[in-house]
Structure formats: structure tokens, C-alpha cells
Design a protein around this ligand. Structure first.
Ligand code: ZN
Ligand code: ZN
Length: 258
């Protein structure tokens, strides 16, 4: 793996962000939503750039500690498969895991605390999905990348990270997408935006990330034909608005009333 693939995945993520921003402007799900909305700086600088960078160093550090204890003989089996097969299996297995972990986060109060930040934005767009508590990222990305770094080709790790980033931006984007029957298989903003809705009548729906099939199979899918969420977020304005405030809030004993 050369610097080329690192560079190509970076360019792909930036290009995808640019395309999504243009599509948000041309085919908005909600009219009038601003690119530089409240929390733009927080999501871009603190979550998308600084947190991602620092946590990826931490996660690779942890993986480096585990690596000496892994039997080198077992490494070749998965790695000898074609790269696309490795990537496909990694996507499928991780997506199934993340559906259930995500569903658990909405059901178990202690896990909800590290997921709350992700639901705190009042505007859901291409960037808002980057807002996730560092503990949530540490758990999920260690589970995701530990087996990949140990058992997959190095290219697969990079490609999987690239697909994750682009898909994450896509499912949150403020784009009026209608994929028809494809929405039964592939997840998109038409369902994930409902997951972020601040609507008492629509809770615990659409936990899927990349494949919508999990929501349809496990009966958590919600996709109304002629209705859109009116509000997003946690209700009220009492949730902290800064990175430090949001990070610490997950561990505070007293909760603010919203
Ligand atoms: Zn959620
Ligand atoms: Zn989300």
C-alpha cells in the first residue's frame, strides 16, 4: 500500500463532502437549512478533525499492544482472499454488529449517555453525523478495526474507513433522496433522518447504518410516504453546546431537564 491509496481515500472523502453539499443545496430535504448552521464549527473542527485524528492514533496504539499476542499463522487466511471479498465481509459483519450495539445504546441508560451527543444536533446534515462521544468512537472503532488491522490486507483498513466516512455523511445529509425499493436494502437519509427526529410518536426506529435490511428484518423500520420530521435533537436547548461540555456531560450524575 503506497501513499497513493491514503491520498486517494482522503480525496474521495473530500470530494464526496463537496458533492453532498451541492446536492443539499439543489435538492434539500428541508428548505432553508444553512451550511454554516449552529454547531458547524463544533462538528467540523472538534469532532470531524481533532477528535477523529486523536482517537485514530489511540485506537491504533491499542491495536499495536494487542498485535504481539496474535498467532502469526492465523493471519493469512482472511488476508489471502480477494480484497473486495475482504471489504464486503468486513462491511456486512460490522454493519450487523453496529445495528445491535446502536439499538442497545437506545435501550440501556448507561450506553445512551455515550450516544446522546450524536443526537444533540438540531440540524441534521452531511457533517452532523461526525458528532459522536469519544467513548462511543473508542468502543466501536476498536471493535471494527482491531480484527481488520490484524487479519485483513492493509488496503482494506483504509477502504473501509473511507466507505464509513462517506456513508456516514450520506445518511445524515439534508438531501431529498428517494431510492424506492432500494431503501429496503441500502440505508439513506430518507430513513436515518427519522432516527434523529425529535418526535415523541416516532422513537426507537431506523437503527441501521449502511444496510437498511436490519431494520426491516428486526422490525424497527419507519419510512412514511408523505411525512418529514419537524424537529431534530434531544428536545429543548439544555444540552451542552461545547465539545468539552458534551464529553463531560455523559459522566455527570445530575441530568439537565430539557
Ligand atoms: Zn441513535
Ligand atoms: Zn446518525
Amino acid at each position: 500500500m503506497g501513499i497513493d491509496l491514503v491520498w486517494m481515500t482522503f480525496v474521495a472523502i473530500v470530494a464526496a463532502a463537496g458533492i453532498l453539499i451541492v446536492l443539499e443545496h439543489r435538492h434539500p430535504y428541508h428548505q432553508g437549512q444553512q451550511l454554516f448552521r449552529a454547531g458547524f464549527y463544533l462538528d467540523m473542527v472538534w469532532y470531524a478533525i481533532l477528535q477523529s485524528y486523536i482517537l485514530s492514533l489511540v485506537i491504533y496504539g491499542v491495536i499495536g499492544l494487542v498485535r504481539p499476542y496474535v498467532d502469526p499463522q492465523s493471519l493469512g487466511v482472511f488476508r489471502s482472499m480477494p480484497m473486495l471479498a475482504q471489504l464486503g465481509i468486513a462491511l456486512l459483519v460490522h454493519d450487523f454488529y453496529i445495528y445491535w450495539f446502536h439499538r442497545l445504546q437506545h435501550a440501556v441508560p448507561a450506553l445512551w449517555r455515550i450516544h446522546e451527543a450524536h443526537h444533540s444536533s438540531h440540524d441534521v446534515d452531511w457533517l452532523s453525523g461526525s458528532r459522536s462521544h469519544p467513548t462511543e468512537i473508542l468502543i466501536n472503532q476498536t471493535v471494527e478495526f482491531l480484527p481488520l488491522v490484524l487479519f485483513a490486507s492493509p488496503e482494506v483498513v483504509l477502504l473501509k474507513g473511507c466507505v464509513d466516512a462517506i456513508w456516514g455523511m450520506y445518511i445524515h445529509s439534508n438531501i431529498d433522496v428517494s431510492t424506492g425499493w432500494l431503501q429496503y436494502i441500502i440505508n439513506g437519509p430518507e430513513m436515518h433522518r427519522w432516527h434523529h427526529a425529535d418526535d415523541e410518536a416516532v422513537t426507537n426506529v431506523n437503527f441501521s447504518t449502511k444496510l437498511a435490511v436490519w431494520d426491516w428484518i428486526f422490525r424497527t423500520a419507519y419510512l412514511p410516504k408523505h411525512r418529514k420530521p419537524e424537529r431534530y435533537g434531544l428536545g429543548g436547548d439544555s444540552y451542552p453546546a461545547t465539545y468539552l461540555g458534551q464529553t463531560v456531560y455523559a459522566f455527570r450524575s445530575e441530568r439537565r431537564n430539557s
